[in-house]
Design a protein around this ligand. Structure first.
Ligand code: PEP
Length: 250
């Protein structure tokens, strides 16, 4: 059964005291019960965030993880390590991981497998570059990212997947896809899921939109039939703005 979800990707922001401040501010807000809320602080603050949120329904996600279980991978963190500090959700394939850290669809497929083997929930991100959209290739690019990154999984594993369509040209730019552009792509994704899997999968998976979502535009974007919420960057760093985005579902 598909859920409305709003997830905040804090990226490389907030040290431990800023993390506590932001979470305290969030806990003081009046947040609607109709939405599943997730926050993704940096690795160093995951355990503290999890403990600070124990008395709430808010889940904590990691922003990345390594595909191997253990070993000589300096600077990396495994799925089991995340689980050992109570983290059950991981963002994979964010466009910054793809563009800055060279993560390919094949690498992401391996990370997806590891996350699922560890019974984690994945927020799988994908989306086209501005040049793809201008060339009219955006549907092909998105289909290929899904095909190579996540369509190999078994049908039953879709219960542990949340999709996040994030056109790269709209991330951190202030440029937002119009609600109609978001709906058009989300509808395409659902149709593609029906073709490759079946309507159970396509109707049950939550598909989030990400890219400069703000309190002022969230209601219109989330109002679209195939948009089940958002992956929020900049606006997730302000408790009032993040709450206004969540409450856009009310
Ligand atoms: C993101 O980084 O996933 C994102 C959507 O960022 P922003 O909301 O700042 O565009």
């Amino acid at each position: 059964m598909r859920r409305n979800i709003v997830a905040g990707n804090w990226k490389m922001n907030c040290d431990i005291s800023q993390t506590y401040q932001l979470l305290d501010a969030l806990k003081e807000q009046d947040i609607t019960d109709d939405v599943s809320v997730i926050v993704a602080p940096p690795f160093t603050n995951l355990q503290s965030a999890n403990q600070a949120l124990l008395d709430t329904e808010i889940l904590v996600a990691a922003q990345n993880m390594h595909q191997e279980a253990t070993g000589a991978y300096t600077g990396e963190v495994s799925a089991a390590m995340l689980k050992s500090v109570g983290v059950e959700v991981v963002i994979l394939g964010h466009s910054e991981r793809r563009a800055i850290f060279g993560e390919t669809n094949a690498l992401l497929a391996a990370k997806v497998n590891t996350a699922l083997e560890n019974e984690m929930t994945i927020i799988f991100c994908f989306g086209e570059e501005l040049s793809d959209r201008k060339a009219g290739n955006h549907f092909d690019v998105v289909r290929q990212q899904l095909q190579e990154g996540i369509f190999h999984i078994e049908k039953e594993n879709w219960n542990n997947v949340i999709l996040a369509y994030e056109p790269v040209w709209a991330i951190g730019t202030g440029e937002t896809a119009t609600p109609d552009q978001a709906q058009e792509m989300h509808h395409f994704i659902r149709n593609t899921l029906s073709e490759v899997f079946d309507t159970d999968v396509s109707q049950d998976v939550s598909i989030l939109y990400g890219g400069s979502v703000k309190p002022g535009n969230a209601k219109e974007i989330f109002g679209k039939e195939d948009v089940d919420g958002g992956l929020i960057g900049g606006a997730a760093l302000n408790a009032t703005d993040f709450t206004a985005i969540i409450n856009a579902f009310e």
